[in-house]
Ligand binder design. Structure first.
Ligand code: ACO
Length: 356
């Protein structure tokens, strides 16, 4: 059987997540993501995905300490970062730097996973501040994983922003056999190593068909500018047969549960920024228009729509979007790579020969 892009082909068994696109459900190890974001932290959900159970108090403390200990970049990695040309894009930097990591003597794939989860945000922050000629802000050991990300990027300890970012990171940690996760599993299936698997995943995530959508939503909202323009801009785009960015999803044919959970977190903010108000109004009006003009399709906002709203609210540069997404999906990549090793078969599909 020939199936381009392996669409619809089941290639692995997984206990990590389940997506029910018709009902708008996403679960990690059986628990709906909406419940996870209400009750658990980044560290707890990362542990749960990697190890299959929630940590008890002492396991959590050990895991948090491991993450904190490995936030700091090794000196040779800082030296490599200082060598790159200024115009090198962040995802290229991330992919290259991760491939330069090496396992310490006796280090297991499990502890390597923790190290990679801990250091990716530091690499992003280091490079971001370097690109903007700002001094690097070293990780702060007193902060949680996500508070520390906000701190290293902005120099501020902002718990409200950290809570919002944490919601986004939790909701995007894992999503089945997407292209980058598949790439990670293919690489580790040769009994290569975790660093190589994550390097493959980062190279795959970089593509605009996978990791690059929220910037299109920012462009859309900037074009709309005020709520009076919503109808006109959306109608004009649809007349030109353009897609409305942040709407529709290949798998979810009803509300994307991640978009709903993110929206819930955003509207809890103390002072709702004007920009968020505009995003909320644009969502409602666009859904009404799409229902009228495309009655046969169920088009709602996807996770990228509110991801864009979050990035804008937190004043995170567009250049960082795909890298920040990678700083959450790294958990899913590592968990899948470890799961692949538990019962490994090398991936070796056939190619249909159509040449002479
Ligand atoms: N705006 C307007 N119309 C749309 C949109 C949209 N965003 N999405 C789908 N449609 C319409 C199509 O025009 C088509 O209508 P037609 O039959 O009248 O021509 C119909 O819905 C079905 O389109 P498909 O491309 O077959 O739908 P599919 O579900 O495969 O597309 C996709 C999913 C690619 C995400 C699409 O909805 C899209 O391009 N959205 C905008 C880009 C975007 O937001 N991407 C981020 C996705 S989330 C993520 O990657 C994590």
């Amino acid at each position: 059987m020939f199936q381009p892009g392996l669409k619809g082909i089941t290639a692995v068994e997984t206990k990590l997540s389940n997506i029910d696109g018709a009902r708008g459900l996403l679960t990690y190890r059986g628990i709906p993501v909406e419940r996870l974001v209400e009750k658990y932290t980044f560290e707890e959900v990362a542990y749960f995905l990697l190890y299959g159970d929630f940590p008890d108090e002492s396991q959590l403390e050990t895991f948090i300490n491991q993450l904190k200990r490995t936030r700091q970049l090794p000196l040779y990695i800082e030296n490599i970062l200082n060598l790159f040309p200024k115009e090198m894009q962040l995802m290229d930097v991330l992919r290259t730097v991760i491939s330069a990591f090496c396992k310490d003597l006796g280090e297991t794939e499990d502890s390597m996973a923790t190290k990679l989860i801990a250091t990716i945000p530091t690499i992003i922050a280091y490079r971001y501040r370097q690109m903007n000629s700002l001094t690097f802000i070293a990780p702060n050991q007193s902060l949680t994983h996500v508070e520390n990300i906000v701190y290293m990027l902005t120099g501020e300890i902002n718990k409200e922003h950290a809570k919002i970012l944490e919601t986004y990171l939790l909701l995007t940690m894992e999503h089945g056999l997407n292209a980058s996760t598949f790439a990670a599993r293919v690489t580790i299936s040769t009994e290569s190593d975790l660093i190589s698997a994550i390097t493959s995943a980062l190279g795959t995530m970089k593509g605009p068909l996978h990791g690059g959508a929220p910037s299109g939503v920012i462009d859309l909202l900037e074009e709309i500018e005020t709520s009076d323009n919503i109808r006109e801009v959306i109608h004009k785009k649809l007349q030109k047969k353009e897609r409305i960015m942040g709407f529709g999803h290949r798998v979810y044919k009803t509300y994307d549960p991640r978009a709903e959970a993110l929206k819930k977190r955003i509207v809890e903010m103390e002072d709702l920024p004007n920009w968020i108000q505009l995003a909320l109004e644009t969502e409602q009006e666009t859904i009404r228009i799409l229902q009228r003009l495309k009655p046969n399709h169920r088009l709602y906002t996807n996770v990228e729509y509110y991801a864009a709203a979050i990035m804008k609210t937190l004043n995170i540069d567009v250049a960082l979007f795909t890298a920040i997404f990678s700083s959450s999906r790294i958990v899913g990549w590592c968990a899948h790579a470890l799961e692949q090793l538990e019962n490994n078969t090398i991936f070796r599909p056939n190619a249909l020969y159509v040449g002479q």
